[in-house]
Design a protein around this ligand. Structure first.
Ligand code: ZN
Length: 97
């Protein structure tokens, strides 16, 4: 399992998952419940996440998502290193998580 996408926007996460699955990549959305609790928890802890089931799909999935998922919303903060990231990046460039 590897995380390939995270967003405060639950719809964006589901869109990402659908995009991956339509390309034959098995994926699942995590933290759905947390994402809906926005406002009660620190934002970095309640992002919806999309994980690919097979690690070998991760690179293809990331490329697909970079090219295929609409840019939405605001800059986000990496939950692992605190880096500020622009919304078009689905993954932290600093720590690659
Ligand atoms: Zn980071």
């Amino acid at each position: 399992m590897r995380r390939v996408f995270s967003s405060h926007d639950l719809l964006a996460a589901h869109h990402a998952k659908n995009l991956l699955e339509s390309s034959g990549i098995r994926a699942e959305v995590r933290n759905e419940r947390l994402a809906s609790a926005m406002g009660e928890l620190p934002p970095a802890e309640c992002q919806a996440e999309v994980w690919v089931v097979l690690d070998g799909d991760a690179a293809r999935a990331e490329r697909l998502l970079r090219e295929g998922v609409p840019v939405s919303g605001a800059p986000w903060t990496c939950p692992h290193c605190g880096e500020q990231l622009e919304p078009q990046f689905a993954q932290c460039w600093r720590c690659a998580r």
